[in-house]
Design a protein around this ligand. Sequence first.
Ligand code: TYM
Length: 315
Amino acid sequence: MASVKKRLFTGLQPSGTLHIGNYFGALKPFADLYESYDSMLMVADYHALTSAPKPEELRQNIINVVKDYLAAGVDPAKTVIFQQSQVHEHTELAWIFECLVPVAYLELAHAYKDKVAKGLKANAGLFNYPMLMAADILLYDTDIVPVGQDQKQHVEYAREAAAKFNIAYGETFIEPKDKILEGVGVVPGTDGQKMSKSYKNTIPLFGTKDEIAKAVMGIVTDSSGELPKNVYAIHRLFRSEAELASLYDSHKGNYKALKEALIEDIEALVAPMCAKRDSLDDRDVKRVLDDGSEKARAMAESKMKLVREKIGITL
Ligand code: TYM
């Protein structure tokens, strides 16, 4: 019997060690939700190419990002975990979408716009990035895309690509929705801005005790108030408001003690995940990816067969 569960799809770039922004913005929401859906998790290795990673690093990061998800409790038997580059239909469909959207529309995409605004040269891959992401999502008839706030615009691009294709060639794609969880859409970094590797304000998820402590002790605090805003903004992801109220009350003005309490909370969350992660073997992870990529390929092939017929290239 066909599945009645809705399709949930998300992806992330294999761009090095994950930070707690990735954990609360994407990894935890996925781990909490995936069993209630027909879910898929994609390692966006072709998206990562837009920032020109070194081949050896990319290879290891692909394995590492899957380990991170497995360590966070995702069971590969209950979801499809796969590698974007292993399913060629993604780049094929991206091309078709690129032929449907105007250049001016892609010029509005944040990642591209921000780079150009900083005077940096963007490559054509970064410019077309939203159409590859649209292909990722739409190939699998996705209903829901759990992502952080920074990816919301990209899900809108996917909706637009679906609508444009459906108008041009007839109803083919579902217009997906995003799912940003209350309070975690933007996890702030140590300087109060969005936590992001490119801002160098991250707290590593699987860092050593010393790395976590160093990052937390570096959280920017101003000396005017009694409550260190940037510490609290991260701490609230770990504890309820009521718990924090009494903790912050009993250590009023003592920023060091509050940072130490946050370090303890981070370690309590991370320690069991680190143990699980250390027990995972690269070869087992490769097997999970091969298995998932095979399943994803079968689904993508059947969707693309339909797309090729619709656009008039099947003779
Ligand atoms: P990426 O790899 O930059 O980020 C992975 C996920 O982590 C979320 N995230 C955050 N959430 C809250 N606060 C933060 N500080 C924070 N930093 C990162 C991101 O929103 C994202 O959910 N383009 C995507 C990858 C992708 C994708 C897809 C996602 C490719 N194809 C299809 C969904 C569906 C990206 O670069 O995510």
